[in-house]
Design a protein around this ligand. Structure first.
Ligand SMILES: Nc1ncnc2c1ncn2[C@@H]1O[C@H](COP(=O)(O)OP(=O)(O)OP(=O)(O)O)[C@@H](O)[C@H]1O
Ligand SMILES: [Mg+2]
Length: 339
């Protein structure tokens, strides 16, 4: 097992703005660290540099206590599963999984032991004789994971490994992968642009944008205390509401926005005149879309909540002061002063 660290790492492709721009971060030994960010923010590039598939323009990669920046991938005891994984089409599932073990000369009995272990963890037992073309996208992805697993790496680098699964399988695969990671304790860096996946799986999340880390923290820290408006609006569905007042943006989560009448005068709260426009019923909850001034805001309630206000008519709403967050309107950076 090993920690993984990048120090001031940069990747510049040609004359373009850097794909990765002086990122420093550490995945602790045994940690499940998620890299989350929009398409093109540099997640895959960062992971490829950690794995040794892409030489950094500058900066270092440290695994365990060793600087590995100039070592080839095979010298890094890392297993990778990428967005586009390649299985050998002419080999059976069994032989695909066995491939890295054969290559490293693992004794036959030990090979079979590990293959059976990985196959049972990933639910591939019944599929071992099939060829990749006889598998669904999700099954192929699990074979790629199994092939990474049998090498018993110190570090896993996973780049959207569940992206080909349908929603239902994805949820269960997420669960299995996380349980599996916890049980073997392999340091894992997991790339996704899916915030639900990031929140559910990560010990910590690093939120990236434009090749930089905007914030790194536990899912709760990132959700409750976003460092800037990018993070505030990237996480949460619907995202944090931002209402401009003077030079500040006043931010609050939809679940904290409720009729002023519900608020206890003993606990300070901030008032807003809210004009509800539209209601969305989502089974377990309802979302009320509307405006404060001319800014769009959303309120979230459990579906069973009784609400008495009518569409198009202003109603007094409030947010407990402890749930308010403030950001500089110009820079978007979080401000800890209460306006
Ligand atoms: N080989 C390359 N040559 C030139 N530019 C590249 C190369 N690889 C990536 N880039 C650019 O670097 C930036 C980051 O790309 P990267 O693939 O790391 O993004 P990503 O966060 O993984 O996005 P996605 O979520 O879409 O997979 C993008 O602007 C991309 O166009
Ligand atoms: Mg990518």
């Amino acid at each position: 097992m090993a920690s993984v660290e990048v120090r001031e790492i940069v990747k510049q492709f040609g004359e373009n703005a850097p794909a990765v721009d002086h990122i420093s971060l550490t995945a602790q030994d045994g940690e499940f660290l998620v890299l989350l960010g929009p398409s093109g923010c540099g997640k895959t590039t960062l992971l490829r540099m950690i794995g040794g598939l892409e030489p950094p323009t500058s900066g270092d990669v440290v695994i365990g206590n060793h600087v590995v920046t100039h070592l080839p991938p095979r010298a890094r005891r890392i297993a990778m599963v990428f967005q586009s994984y390649a299985l050998y089409p002419h080999m059976s599932v069994h032989d695909n999984i066995a491939f890295p073990l054969r290559a490293q000369g693992t004794p036959k009995a030990e090979q079979e032991k590990r293959i059976n272990w990985a196959a049972s963890i990933l639910g591939l037992d019944g599929l071992m004789k099939r060829k990749p073309r006889q598998l669904s996208g999700g099954q192929r992805q699990r074979v790629a994971l199994a092939r990474a697993l049998v090498r018993e790496p110190s570090v896993f680098l996973l780049d959207e490994p569940l992206s080909n699964l349908d929603a239902q399988r994805r949820a269960s695969a997420r669960d299995e992968l996380q349980q599996f990671q916890r049980s073997i304790g392999t340091t894992t860096i997991y790339v996704t642009h899916d915030q639900v996946e990031a929140m559910g799986m990560g010990d910590r999340i690093a939120v990236l944008n434009l090749g930089t880390v905007r914030q790194i923290g536990t899912p709760q820290e990132i959700y409750d205390d976003p460092a800037d408006t990018f993070v505030a609006t990237f996480l949460g569905s619907p995202p944090m509401n931002l209402v401009e007042r003077g030079t500040m943006l006043h931010g609050f989560r939809p679940e904290h926005f409720s009729p002023a009448a519900w608020h206890d005068a003993a606990n300070p709260f901030e008032r807003f005149s809210f004009v509800p426009h539209r209601e969305e019923y989502l089974g377990a909850e309802r979302l009320i879309y509307g405006e404060v001034g001319d800014e769009k805001v959303v309120a979230r309630f459990p579906a069973t909540t009784q609400l008495d206000f009518s569409i198009g008519h202003p109603v007094e709403f409030g947010v407990a002061t402890r749930h308010m967050r403030y950001f500089d309107a110009e820079s978007g950076v979080r401000s800890y002063e209460t306006p």
